[in-house]
Ligand binder design. Structure first.
Ligand SMILES: C[S@@+](CC[C@H](N)C(=O)[O-])C[C@H]1O[C@@H](n2cnc3c(N)ncnc32)[C@H](O)[C@@H]1O
Length: 213
């Protein structure tokens, strides 16, 4: 089973206890928020966890209709607790290693620190599915754990986030920024770039062209 550790309450609790402590995370999140238009109405968060990104997005977009997708029951439980039956937020249990279910069309698709758990081929095909889910002009913004170019930099990242390297998630399948930017361009996204980066944390963004090309 992929990313099995995320289905255990112990792993989930440990992550959620530390979620605010990752250095520079708020910077990456604030650049992501800047790329999502204030009038974006339907927003999909892939690997939503406890709904952290949807909660941040709706501070300035109180009317948003959010869909948070995750395969972890303990995470979805935490998201249910956060949103307390809010009708504007739908939580969907789904394993992204398989094709996404029918979810309708979105103005924005976001994700944070989730897609790197998938195998590379699946990341790539998922980027194509996301392109299809977006309406014209829609944005995909993925704040992601990416690979370091060297082992030394990989160890330095873990030291910088205060995490022993032994605690690395067994399901991490990180890959470099450039490969992912290439996949996004091949999927049809425009204005693709890494909009923010600190060591192994990077914000990858692309826009669906406003008109089909
Ligand atoms: C590091 S957490 C990030 C959670 C949240 N996005 C955040 O920023 O705090 C990774 C999330 O990805 C989810 N995840 C990992 N693999 C998944 C898969 N194959 N399908 C759906 N969700 C997955 C986990 O359950 C977990 O909630």
């Amino acid at each position: 089973m992929p990313a099995e550790e995320w289905t255990t309450a112990e792993h989930v609790d440990r992550y959620l206890d530390r979620a605010d402590e990752f250095p520079h995370r708020a910077e990456g999140e604030s650049v992501l928020l800047e790329q999502v238009p204030d009038d974006a109405r339907r927003i999909l968060d892939l690997g939503t966890g406890d709904g952290r990104l949807l909660a941040l997005l709706r501070v300035d977009r109180p009317e948003l209709i959010g869909v948070g997708l995750d395969f972890s029951e303990p995470m979805l439980g935490a998201a249910r607790e956060r949103f307390g039956g809010d009708e504007r937020i739908e939580l969907v249990e789904h394993d992204m290693s398989g094709p996404l279910p029918q979810l309708g069309s979105f103005d924005a698709v976001v994700s944070s620190f989730a897609i790197h758990h998938l195998e590379h081929e699946r990341k790539r095909s998922l980027y194509g599915e996301i392109f299809e889910l977006l309406g014209p002009g829609g944005v995909f913004a993925n704040l992601e754990h990416v690979a370091s170019p060297t082992r030394r930099l990989h160890l330095a990242f873990f030291e910088a986030i205060g995490e022993p390297i032994e605690n690395e998630d067994p399901s991490d399948r990180t890959i470099d920024v450039e490969s992912q930017l290439g996949w996004l361009r091949s999927a049809g996204f425009d204005d693709v770039d890494c909009y923010w980066k600190w060591l192994e944390m990077a914000l990858l963004v692309g826009f669906k062209p406003a008109r089909a090309q």
